[in-house]
Write a protein that binds this ligand. Sequence first.
Ligand code: CP
Length: 340
Amino acid sequence: MDLHGKDLICTQEWAVEELEAVLSLAAEMKRERFTHRYNNCLAQKTFFMFFYNPSVRTRQSFECAATELGGHAQFLEPGAMRLKTATTAGETIEDAAEVMSRYAVGLGIRILEDKISAYGEGDDLLREYARWAEIPIISMAHDKYHPCQGLADIVGLREHLGQDLKGKRLLMMWGHGALVRSWCSVQENLLICSRFGMDITLAHPEGYDLDPEVIAAVGENCASHGSRFEIIQDSKAGYEGAEVVYGRNWMSPQAYKDGVLDKPGEIEKALRHPQWICDAEKMALTNDALYIHPMPVDRGHEVTDEVASGPRSIIYDVAENRLHVQKALMALTMGSLEDV
Ligand code: CP
């Protein structure tokens, strides 16, 4: 299987066999972190990273990944590059992508939340880069998807639940709080977990629907495995029998108004639902569920400290796995593997 040059904007666009190739190499690279045969596959090569929004894990894990593969990850602030936007004149994506393809071996982009004016704009931008660039375009989290996070989620779940996730019960639960988070991590997790056969309960208050196209795709993924997919508006019922609880705040479909993210309005609305916190009392209803979250965690709102730092929390394992899946992804899509 040759993945060299392939973009990753959403895991749903890759075949399961292709995802498995990344996952199995990631597990191998985790075991052989500083001795793996591919550890020089990015020697003398550069990966560009455009961060429109802040990051801890994504920036650091991509930088470490490039270093550990013998290459370099260069942090770029799009605001300092005179790029054309919806409201300002500047260089086109076509020209920027063509030129960058002559320098680097891959380009990662993060754009979401307050850096877009409507849901879908970030996804359009990544696809426009993918149209013109001759190097792989990797989503580092955009408004719709967060594929590297989804891959790291699967590695973490397999480490704790076993390789076969089919039939394992996931509760994806909206969490209250003031962070007004985009849908990317949640949608990616629902898509990839349903690709791997998990039963899914999606729980959120009224008015917090996710992208209908993503929900339809999750339904089709579940149907193809004969697994269960239900959506409920109850803050407690979904915990019964769950084996994995993913509790995360996300914005409502009305978050963008007149081309701007209405953060104050979204915060006011979200704080009306304090019962949507993941706590020990609710976790006691589960089948000894793991707690998973992409981080940063909003402790005291999305989840209590007791759960986030408890024995069933795998948040740090998943965060660590970002490094290993990104090393595998970079090696397979950008690396020189011929002589290894
Ligand atoms: N999970 C994740 O993408 O974290 P950062 O926003 O810190 O990169």
